[in-house]
Design a protein around this ligand. Structure first.
Ligand SMILES: Nc1nc2c(ncn2[C@@H]2O[C@H](COP(=O)(O)OP(=O)(O)OP(=O)(O)O)[C@@H](O)[C@H]2O)c(=O)[nH]1
Ligand SMILES: [Mg+2]
Length: 215
């Protein structure tokens, strides 16, 4: 399912799904990729899934193009004993979902710790979203999501409520980070092209100067 080398409008985006054990990371990936959830065991290390999606690029009043995006999903293990393996899976990730269980008491400090690890080891400028999963079993007297939402807002991360069981919010969360990451990918590519062009012009000017002074 990797991008075809002859198609220049295909982009691969590495996306990592992180968070404590049992919050539903694997179930979210299964819902997004296969449209259904099956019983799963705790993840060992990480598992890998891919999904090809189409995204529209361009501005509303200008021409729009369709880009094929291959989302390479690394569903990591939440158990503490696998934590030391995180840097290996985070490397070069362009997008990330930090998942927590919205039906139980959660710790903003832990969410912040996942974010710090992503900032340390993922791609510079990784697009991170916060995901409160299991909203199907949230009750009115359950924990408030205000603290998680405030944290997300304070660090400029989008916040999604999801249920891997019902599918609510799942597409929005994965496609939301993918869209953000694609935009950054385009900006970085344009900046690289501009830098390369500036370097070519500088070398041309130097060559012209040398030629002029040697005759
Ligand atoms: N009610 C409800 N249960 C869920 C949901 N998503 C996952 N679960 C259940 O929560 C448990 C843990 O789900 P997993 O997907 O294995 O969680 P995980 O985050 O991948 O766990 P690790 O692999 O150990 O890190 C399983 O019993 C799932 O069926 C959800 O949206 N709603
Ligand atoms: Mg898992």
């Amino acid at each position: 399912m990797a991008c075809n080398a002859s198609t220049d409008s295909c982009v691969e985006l590495k996306t990592v799904i992180v968070g404590d054990s049992d919050v539903g990371k694997t179930s979210l990936c299964l819902r997004f990729c296969h449209g259904k959830v099956t019983p799963v065991n705790p993840t060992i290390g990480a598992s890998f899934l891919q999904k090809r999606v189409e995204m529209q690029e361009g501005c509303d009043d200008g021409p729009r193009t369709t880009t094929q995006v291959v989302l390479q999903l690394w569903d990591t293990a939440g158990q503490e004993r696998f934590r030391s393996m995180s840097p290996m899976y985070f490397r070069n990730a362009k997008a990330a979902l930090i998942v927590f269980d919205a039906s139980k008491e959660y710790s903003v400090q832990k969410l912040s710790r996942w974010r710090q690890d992503l900032l340390a080891y993922a791609d510079q400028g990784v697009v991170i979203a916060l995901v409160g999963n299991k909203c199907d079993v949230r009750t009115d007297d359950g924990p408030s999501l205000a603290a998680a939402q405030e944290f997300a807002e304070s660090v400029g991360a989008p916040f999604y409520e999801t249920s891997a069981y019902t599918g609510v919010g799942v597409e929005d969360a994965f496609m939301g980070v993918a869209e953000g990451a694609l935009r950054l990918h385009r900006t970085a590519t344009a900046e690289q092209a501009a830098a390369a062009q500036a370097e070519r012009l500088r070398l041309d000017a130097e060559r012209a100067k040398r030629n002029a002074s040697c005759c």
